[in-house]
Design a protein around this ligand. Structure first.
Ligand code: AKG
Ligand code: FE2
Length: 312
């Protein structure tokens, strides 16, 4: 992989940060890039060399379509369609297909324990690669924080291990629905690795909304609430970025609908493994801040209601 230093695009348009993961370390294109990224609550990261996103992009454009292909009953079944049939009753809480009322997005949520059974094989492999990349980024960030390494697993709810909750979530923005794209929220967990190809995402910075446009060949990494709570009283506080997706206007079929998908890293949901969200303070150690399951329920419920937002 070439280093970003030789690339003409070493700064993003508004001075948001851009990094590359190299031998397990994050290299930002400017010297104090990490410090800015921790404050912004997000940064762009170059996709690893050879990244293939075709299965995820195909699923994002198809999961909500009826399983039956309109080209005829004899047409071979498309394994990327017909996923509205998977519900939380079959898969468990916060899993499966959700059609939102107050937002344009219709979504598909799936934890890693289900990937092999539910996703087409090529998508399950892409999900694993995105999870491994997200965890490598999380380790690289933790290594630069004011947090002793021997506390990492407990402090981060075992999210770096197979006990963690690793979810690949898809958004399809329905332009015919007259609503906001996706309500204001902060992601709940540690890091999110987001794939998008269209404009529409905005972040809140000091009370003003700023568009975050996709840069080809990169993902957007968001820090979530768990990271913000853990680090708030440390020498290296990390902000969880408040963000939203603006309404996508109908194009009369002139362009494909906006989609996005993201790998979310959250703590273990098993209370015997992870009692909840911790805050760290040098000299005092870890202190329990909130139970994780209830915290997650609140954020998700508030994000998708008409009159609330997914902040905390
Ligand atoms: O669609 C996007 O750009 C953002 C999606 C998002 O914020 C989310 O799924 O949590
Ligand atoms: Fe988000």
């Amino acid at each position: 992989m070439s280093t970003a230093a030789g690339n003409p695009r070493t700064r993003t348009s508004r001075g948001w940060q851009l990094a590359e993961l190299h031998d397990g370390e994050l290299r930002f294109t400017v010297e104090d890039g990490l410090r800015h990224a921790l404050r912004d609550g997000f940064f762009y990261v170059r996709q690893p060399a050879g990244t293939d996103l075709s299965a995820g992009d195909r699923f994002a454009r198809s999961f909500y379509l009826p399983a039956e292909d309109p080209t005829g009953p004899g047409a071979p079944r498309d394994p990327y369609r017909g996923f509205h049939r998977w519900t939380a009753e079959q898969l468990g809480r916060h899993q499966g297909y959700f059609c939102r009322d107050a937002d344009q997005t219709e979504q598909f949520f799936l934890k890693s324990t289900w990937w092999d059974q539910v996703y087409p094989a090529a998508l399950a492999r892409q999900a694993e690669r995105m999870r491994d990349f997200a965890l490598a980024i999380q380790r690289a960030v933790l290594a630069r924080l004011d947090l002793p390494r021997e506390l990492w697993d407990q402090a981060t709810g075992h999210s770096l291990t197979p006990h963690g909750t690793h979810t690949l979530t898809f958004n399809h923005f329905r332009p015919e629905v007259a609503a906001r794209g996706l309500n204001i929220h902060k992601d709940s967990g540690w890091v999110t690795v987001l794939r998008s190809t269209e404009r529409g995402l905005e972040v809140d910075r000091d009370g003003a909304w700023h568009p975050i446009d996709p840069i080809p060949g990169t993902f957007i990494v968001n820090f979530g609430c768990a990271m913000e709570i853990l680090t708030r009283r440390t020498a290296t506080p990390v902000a969880a970025v408040a963000h939203r997706v603006v309404r996508q206007p109908p194009s009369g079929g002139a362009k494909p609908d906006r989609f996005s998908y993201a790998l979310f890293v959250d703590s273990s949901l098993d209370e015997s493994v992870c009692p909840g969200l911790f805050a760290y303070e040098a000299g005092r150690g870890l202190r329990l801040h909130a139970k994780f399951g209830a915290f997650l329920d609140d954020i998700l419920d508030n994000t998708y209601r008409e009159d609330t937002s997914g902040l905390y």
